[in-house]
Each structure stands twice: as C-alpha cells, then as structure tokens.
Design a protein around this ligand. Structure first.
Ligand code: HPA
Ligand code: ZN
Length: 344
C-alpha cells in the first residue's frame, strides 16, 4: 500500500467511526473472541479441543453457514455463569462504542444455553447488567431480540417463550423483540408461523433471518407468514424482482452483514456483493457485523471494507448510517434526535 492510500484509509476509517450508527444485526454469542473464550473455559474448568487461541482462530475457516454454526454452538459451551454473559456483552459494547455505535439491537439464543442446563434467567441477567451499565456510562442504548433456533421445533420455541415471559417485566426496558436464526436450509419461516403470531399478539417487534442461504421465497414467507418488520440478511431477495419492488415500496429494512456473507461463502468476494445495488435501487439497507468474533470484523470494519470494495461515496456511507437509525425499533423522538446527529 502506498503512503497516500494508507492516509486515505485512515481518513476514511475516522469518518466511519465518527458516524453515529445503530447496529441491528449482531448475535451476542458471535462476539465471543477466542481470547475470552479461552479465559472463560479456564475459569469454568472446561477443556477445549484446541491447544491455543491461535489454533482456535485458525479453525475459523468456513464452507457455509452450517460449518460456522457447528463451531459457534461449540464455542458457546464455555458460557455458564451470569458473569460469563456479562463479560462477553461488555466486551462487545466497548468495541461497538469505539466504532460509533449509539444504539444496538442484539440477538441472543437462549436455547443454545438452556439445552446445556444454564437457566434462562442467568442468560438475561448477565447480558442485561452489561447493557444497563453501558447505557449509564455512555448513553448508548440497546434492545434485546430473543431468537429462536430454527433447526429446533416450533414446540421448543413455544417452550422457550413460556420460560422467558415471567422475566418480561424485569427486562421491559430491553427485551422488545423476537428473532429467528440458525440453519436456514430446510427450515422455512412458515415452520414458526404460530409462535410468531403469539409473539405479535404479545406486542413484540419481529425480525427473522431469511434469504442468506435460503431462497428469496423465504424472505416473502417471513414477511407474509411471520409478519416480521425487518429481514436479517435478505441478500437473495434480488432473485425475485417483484420482491425487490416490494422492499423498496414498503421500505422494509434489510440488515446486511457483508463480511459474514464473504466468510460463509454467500458471495465469492466482497466486490461481488449486491449491497451497493440495493442501496442505489432505494432499498432500506443497513450494514452490520453478525458474528464479529468469527467473521473478522466489527461494524466499522464492515463499513470500511464495503466502502473500499464497492466504491461507496461518503454520502452513501451517511445514508447507510441514517438507514440504521431509521430501521431501528427506537421511538420516533429518539430516531429524530439521532438522525440529526448523523447529519451534523
Ligand atoms: N445466520 C443464521 N444463524 C446465525 C447466524 C447467521 O448468520 N449467526 C448466528 N446465528
Ligand atoms: Zn445473523
């Protein structure tokens, strides 16, 4: 790299970090860095099948979504106590704050933990303590999206919902929504129609992963059957022109995760990513990190990599930051204040 291109990369990084932005698609379990994973394993006397942090990091080479999920669920096994969830969440919040995140909507997968015997109350308590402390210390706001694992049954999702509902009052400032994640292939949105209808009745905001590895028809059924307000990923929507028109007309947000899409081979190369097409066509797209500990970058890294690979202008980066606030579940008065701060 020449000195002038290094200087322009530094200037672009600073511009991106200074943009107030919301992160709307991040799995808290996917923020567990190998160093902390090793430290928690030691604290909890768990033996890992890797000799070192470096050996674990080296294993983060994926062929597809499933090969990632296998490692991601295995890694989450070091999380046992409230303090473990607190430490993981705090580490993410510090990284996000440094990247200019002023609001985060964070997914967590209770079933990954309750299946191992960890109480759902422990999961909530550790994550929420970190979110509230960070809000107090920096003003950064956050919400929680409890996500169902789609490779499990709808009955299991109902049971998870029932076990979480007694905690709703305690976490009413944080737990505002429901998501759907894990292996898309063979697990279409309509598998969860009844549980999502129940969640809607209860007043939760709804999102679902769709159109990451699964076809565009999964995006349509997430919208029509699950009645979600926002689509996580959705990059395969482009295969259906009528769906594209709908996304644009109804301004349905997509939470795109570019570095994740490269690592999971959803796209061959970042220069081939359709994010810029979506943006220029008028889709309400946003940039997010998904599982930053596994995919090689937090939110600002995602913005920077896209700016460089897709030749995004500074105005387009501002639009992406504005979109992230627009697409959030924040009340309209706070959205308005934050949109003004982006423009400034
Ligand atoms: N897709 C589906 N499920 C997930 C992901 C993802 O990218 N990350 C964590 N769980
Ligand atoms: Zn995701």
């Amino acid at each position: 790299m020449s000195i002038s291109s290094a200087c322009s990369t530094i200037a672009l990084s600073k511009f991106i970090q200074a943009l107030p932005k919301a992160e709307l698609h991040v799995h808290i379990e996917g923020t567990l860095e190998p160093e902390l994973l090793f430290a928690l394993a030691q604290r909890n006397k768990i033996t890992l099948p890797y000799s070192s942090v470096q050996a674990l990091r080296k294993a983060y080479a994926f062929d597809d979504l499933q090969s990632f999920l296998d490692l991601y669920y295995a890694g989450a096994a070091v999380l046992l106590t409230e303090n473990d969830f607190y430490d993981m969440t705090m580490a993410y919040l510090h990284r996000a704050h440094a990247d200019g995140v002023i609001h985060a909507e964070i997914m967590f997968d209770p079933q990954t933990h309750t299946e191992r015997g960890v109480a759902i109350a422990t999961v909530f308590a550790g994550i929420a303590r970190a979110l509230r402390e960070m809000r107090k210390a920096t003003g950064m706001s956050s919400y929680l999206l409890l996500s169902f694992l789609r490779h499990l049954s709808e009955a299991a999702a109902f049971a998870t919902l029932e076990s979480a509902l007694p905690l709703r009052d305690t976490y009413q400032d944080l737990w505002i929504g429901i998501g759907l994640d894990s292996a898309e292939d063979g697990n279409p949105p309509e598998k969860f129609t009844r549980v999502f209808a129940r969640c809607k009745e209860l007043g939760f905001r709804l999102v679902a992963h769709a159109g990451e590895e699964g076809p565009a028809s999964y995006v349509t059924s997430a919208l029509d059957q699950l009645r979600v307000e926002r689509i996580d990923h959705g990059v395969r929507s482009e295969e259906d022109p009528a769906l594209m028109q709908r996304l644009i007309q109804q301004q349905i947000p997509l939470t795109v995760c570019p570095l994740s899409n490269v690592k999971l081979k959803v796209v061959t190369d970042l220069s081939q990513h359709n994010l810029a097409h979506f943006l220029r066509a008028g889709v309400l797209v946003t940039i997010n990190s998904d599982d930053p500990a596994y995919f090689g970058g937090y939110i600002a890294d995602n913005y920077l990599a896209c700016a460089q690979a897709l030749n995004l202008s500074n105005d387009e980066l501002v639009t992406l930051a504005r979109n992230s606030i627009q697409a959030s579940f924040l009340p309209s008065d706070r959205k308005y204040t934050l949109l003004h701060s982006v423009q400034a």
